[in-house]
Design a protein around this ligand. Structure first.
Ligand code: SAH
Ligand code: SF4
Length: 341
């Protein structure tokens, strides 16, 4: 609910500050129900409680990894579930949220792809995942370092209007008050939507899942490349209106003997040489039905060493692999989850 949505359900006779009062209670104090807004007169509270449902998601289950990662299965109003992951670190917490139930993009190495798309999430459901974790763990993004990454289930740029609305709600000073610099959206390369994102007034940082070093290889691993060619994706990256402090992040999933050779690394370095960019490497998180293997640590290090000569390049530690919470492993089938713990 944006402020205007709340104002829309109020009576014309309500005082003008009422919508803001409710908005702040919901997003800044993060109440669960209108009845808990004690600053409202009792009669208004009861009357509005019947008309306005705050509707934060509820946990259907959670799974704890040995590395501290916690994966939530959150239940939405229609009974569907979505995955949200908290990755605590010493100096900061990262919340990984979903943008769709399932995903329509069929990347060959990703478990979520096997679900297909069930539906888009609303802006409220996207924000709701972050708020759920903040409430549950007492995180206050105004005081502590909390990052949000839209790298859970779904392709955020295929649900851009709701994603942008969610970002506005997360960054609104009157509400949750996060910095937009702490929110990252990751895309498989939906070129026209990248252009639209670049034009948005309030926008998160952008990460691109590159995952291949040639057009042909990317077509194989990410068939969406047949629609949005790698060449056009790189052109869109070159034309992307980065802010002065900003870099593009390229994610690269390393698949054993497929895209992890020295020649691949050299091509990646060359491809990104003239971009303000950094690369995050991640060794494949394996899963049932995924026809690829995970390269050895030494291969990952060798790949990094080559890319790093040209572009800053980091290796992302897998988090929560034992509970299927790691990248590309988010699939809501609960039997997999229970098998894994
Ligand atoms: N749909 C968006 C965001 C969600 S996927 C996107 O594709 O960018 C988040 C990240 O997980 C992507 O970078 C994707 O390449 C990566 N990923 C998918 N499957 C993976 C797997 N099995 N192991 C490691 N990373 C994976
Ligand atoms: Fe969808 Fe991203 Fe998985 Fe590809 S990697 S199937 S775009 S969630």
């Amino acid at each position: 609910m944006e402020l205007s949505d709340i104002a829309g359900v109020l009576d014309p006779g309500d005082p003008p500050y009422r919508a803001r009062q409710i908005y702040q209670a919901v997003y800044d104090r993060r109440v669960e129900r209108i009845a808990q807004i004690t600053t409202l007169p009792k009669a208004a509270r009861e009357e509005l409680e019947a008309r306005l449902d705050v509707g934060w998601p509820k946990a259907a289950a959670h799974f704890d990894s040995t590395d501290g990662t916690r994966r939530y299965l959150l239940r939405l109003a229609d009974g569907r579930t979505v995955e949200t992951v908290l990755m605590p670190e010493e100096s900061r917490d990262t919340i990984c949220i979903s943008s769709q139930v399932g995903c329509p993009v069929n990347c060959r190495f990703c478990l979520t792809a096997l679900m297909g798309l069930e539906r888009h999430l609303t802006a409220g459901e996207i924000v709701g995942q972050a708020v759920y974790v903040m409430r549950e763990h007492g995180l206050d993004p105004r005081r502590s370092q909390t990052n949000i990454v839209m790298m859970g289930m779904g392709e955020p740029l295929l649900n851009l209007a709701n994603v942008l609305k969610a970002v506005r709600l997360l960054t609104d000073e009157q509400g949750i008050g996060m910095s937009g610099r702490r929110i990252t959206v990751s895309t498989s390369g939906i070129v026209p939507a990248m252009e639209e994102l670049g034009r948005a007034e309030v926008r998160p940082k952008l990460a691109i899942s590159l995952n291949a070093s040639t057009e042909e290889q990317r077509r194989e691993l990410m068939p969406i490349t047949r629609k949005y060619h790698l060449r056009d994706l790189l052109d869109a990256c070159r034309g992307y209106p980065l802010r002065p402090w900003e870099k593009l992040t390229f994610e690269y999933v390393l698949l054993k003997d497929v895209n992890d050779t020295d020649a691949d690394a050299r091509r990646v370095a060359r491809m990104l040489a003239n971009l303000r960019a950094k690369v995050n490497l991640i060794a494949l998180n394996p899963g049932p039905g995924i026809p690829y293997g995970t390269p050895a640590d030494e291969r990952v290090a060798a790949f990094q060493a080559i890319v790093r000569k040209t572009v800053p390049c980091f290796v992302r530690k897998p988090r929560g692999r034992d509970i299927y919470a790691a990248c590309g492993q988010l699939k809501r089938i609960e039997s997999i989850a229970s098998e894994a713990i």
